[in-house]
Design a protein around this ligand. Structure first.
Ligand SMILES: Nc1ncnc2c1ncn2[C@@H]1O[C@H](COP(=O)(O)OP(=O)(O)OP(=O)(O)O)[C@@H](O)[C@H]1O
Ligand SMILES: [Mg+2]
Length: 385
C-alpha cells in the first residue's frame, strides 16, 4: 500500500472512531481521535499537494479542529454533534439508505442560445436524442458515452446545460464535491450510488443524463496516485462498462466535458465511444455571438458587425462576450462620469465602431495557436481507438 492510501485510510479510521466517541459523549477520547485524524490529513495534504481531494480534506481539517475546540471547552456538550459532523454521523449511524444522486437543479439554457458547435450538436442528436425517440431503429444498441473536449470558453458547459433543458430527461451533474461529500463512505461508493440511482430511473422508463464537467479534475491521470482516487476511477470505469452490457436498452447516458483531454487515460477515453471537439468559433458563429451579445446594446449607425467579426479570428466565445462587456462598461462609465446617470431617463451613448475595434486590438485571444494544435493532435491520436 502506498503512503498516501495509508494516510487516507488512517485518517478515515480515526475520524470514524472520533464520531463514535463523540456520539457516546466521551469528549476526551473523541477529541483525541479527531486530533489524530487531523494529523493524518495534514500529512497527506503536505505530501501530495496536487491531490484532487485536498480542498475537501482541508475543509475536514477545519471542521474537526473546530469540533475539538468545542469538546475541550466548558459548554462543549451543549452543542450537538449533528450540527458539526452531520454527514459523519449519518454515515456511521444506521441510516445508510439515503440516495446521494439528487438530481441537480436543471440549468436554464436553450439550444438556440448555443452558437455554432455543429458537430457537437449533431453528435448529441445521434447519441442521445434519436435513440430516446426511436429505440426500435437501433437494433445493435447505441453509444452511452459522449466526451466533449476543446479549448476553454467555447461552449461545452453551455451546451451540456442546453441538453438538459431541451431533452426531457433527468439530469445529474457530478462534481468532485458531491462525490467526496461523504468521505467516510468513500468516493467509489458515491459513484456507485449515483449510477445505481440513475439506473433505477432509467429502467423505470425515464431517460437519464449524467454530466461530468471538467472531468479531468476527477478522473484525470495524476502524478500522485492516492488510494481513494484510484478506487473511484476504477468504480467509474466499471459503471461505464455496465452500461454497455448487451440487453441494456434503457436510456442512461454519460456526457463528460474537458479542456484537458490529454490528462485522461486511454481506459477512460475508450469508454466514451463518441468524442467530439467543441472548436473555436468560425466566422458565422462569431457573427452570431456578436449579434447575440449586442442585441441588448445600442449600436452607432456606423457599426459593421461583419468587419468586426473578421477581426476576431482565433477568439473564443467567452472572449467575444468579454469584448462586448468591456465596450458596454466603457459607455456606462462615461455616463456616470458625466453626472447624467442620476437622471433616470439618461442613456449611455451608442457603442461606436472605434470602441469595438480598439477593445479587440487591446485584447489578445485567450487560446493560442499551439494549444489548438494540441487539441487536433490529441484528436487524431484517439480517432481510431
Ligand atoms: N458557442 C457558444 N455559444 C454561445 N455562447 C458561448 C459559446 N461559446 C462560449 N460562449 C460564452 O462563453 C461562456 C463560457 O462558455 P463555456 O463555459 O460553455 O465554455 P467551456 O467550453 O465549458 O469552457 P471551459 O473548458 O473553460 O470549461 C458561456 O457562458 C457563453 O456566454
Ligand atoms: Mg466548461
Amino acid at each position: 500500500m502506498s503512503t498516501a492510501s495509508m494516510l487516507e485510510g488512517e485518517a478515515m479510521r480515526y475520524a470514524t472512531e472520533a464520531v463514535k466517541y463523540d456520539k457516546s459523549g466521551d469528549r476526551e477520547k473523541a477529541a483525541e481521535a479527531y486530533r489524530r485524524a487531523v494529523d493524518q490529513l495534514n500529512r497527506l495534504i503536505k505530501l501530495y499537494p496536487d491531490y484532487t481531494f485536498n480542498k475537501f480534506y482541508v475543509e475536514k481539517v477545519t471542521t474537526y479542529q473546530e469540533r475539538m475546540r468545542l469538546l475541550k471547552s466548558e459548554d462543549g456538550g451543549e452543542i450537538g454533534i449533528e450540527r458539526f459532523t452531520s454527514f459523519e454521523t449519518k454515515q456511521t449511524g444506521s441510516s445508510q439508505e439515503q440516495d446521494e444522486s439528487e438530481p441537480s437543479q436543471k440549468p436554464n439554457v436553450f439550444w438556440g442560445e448555443v452558437a455554432g458547435l455543429y458537430e457537437a450538436k449533431k453528435a448529441i442528436k445521434e447519441v442521445i436524442v434519436y435513440p430516446v425517440r426511436r429505440p426500435d431503429l437501433f437494433p445493435l444498441g447505441w453509444s452511452r458515452g459522449l466526451l466533449l473536449f476543446g479549448p476553454p470558453g467555447c461552449g461545452k458547459t453551455l451546451l451540456a446545460a442546453a441538453v438538459a433543458t431541451e431533452i426531457d430527461a433527468e439530469f445529474i451533474q457530478i462534481d468532485p464535491a458531491n462525490i467526496m461529500s461523504k468521505w467516510l463512505g468513500a468516493a467509489e461508493q458515491n459513484v456507485a450510488k449515483v449510477f445505481g440511482g440513475a439506473r433505477r430511473t432509467a429502467i423505470a422508463g425515464r431517460p437519464v443524463i449524467i454530466f461530468i464537467d471538467e472531468v479531468d479534475s476527477i478522473l484525470g491521470v495524476h502524478t500522485n496516485e492516492v488510494g481513494g482516487e484510484v478506487r473511484m476511477r476504477n468504480q467509474f470505469l466499471k459503471e461505464m462498462d455496465g452500461l454497455q452490457d448487451k440487453g441494456r436498452n434503457y436510456h442512461l447516458y454519460v456526457v463528460a466535458a474537458t479542456n484537458k483531454p490529454w490528462d485522461l487515460d486511454w481506459a477512460f477515453i475508450r469508454r466514451f465511444q463518441k468524442r467530439v471537439m467543441a472548436p473555436l468559433p468560425d466566422y458565422a458563429t462569431r457573427l452570431q455571438l456578436f449579434e447575440l451579445y449586442c442585441a441588448q446594446l445600442e449600436l452607432a449607425p456606423d457599426i459593421d458587425l461583419h468587419s468586426i467579426t473578421g477581426l476576431t479570428g482565433g477568439y473564443s466565445g467567452s472572449d467575444i462576450k468579454d469584448i462586448c462587456q468591456v465596450v458596454r462598461q466603457e459607455v456606462i462609465r462615461e455616463l456616470f462620469e458625466s453626472g447624467r446617470a442620476d437622471n433616470s431617463d439618461s442613456k449611455p451613448r451608442p457603442i461606436s465602431m472605434e470602441g469595438l475595434t480598439r477593445t479587440i486590438s487591446n485584447r489578445k485571444p485567450s487560446v493560442s495557436h499551439e494549444m489548438i494544435n494540441e487539441y487536433d493532435k490529441w484528436f487524431d491520436q484517439f480517432k481510431a481507438l
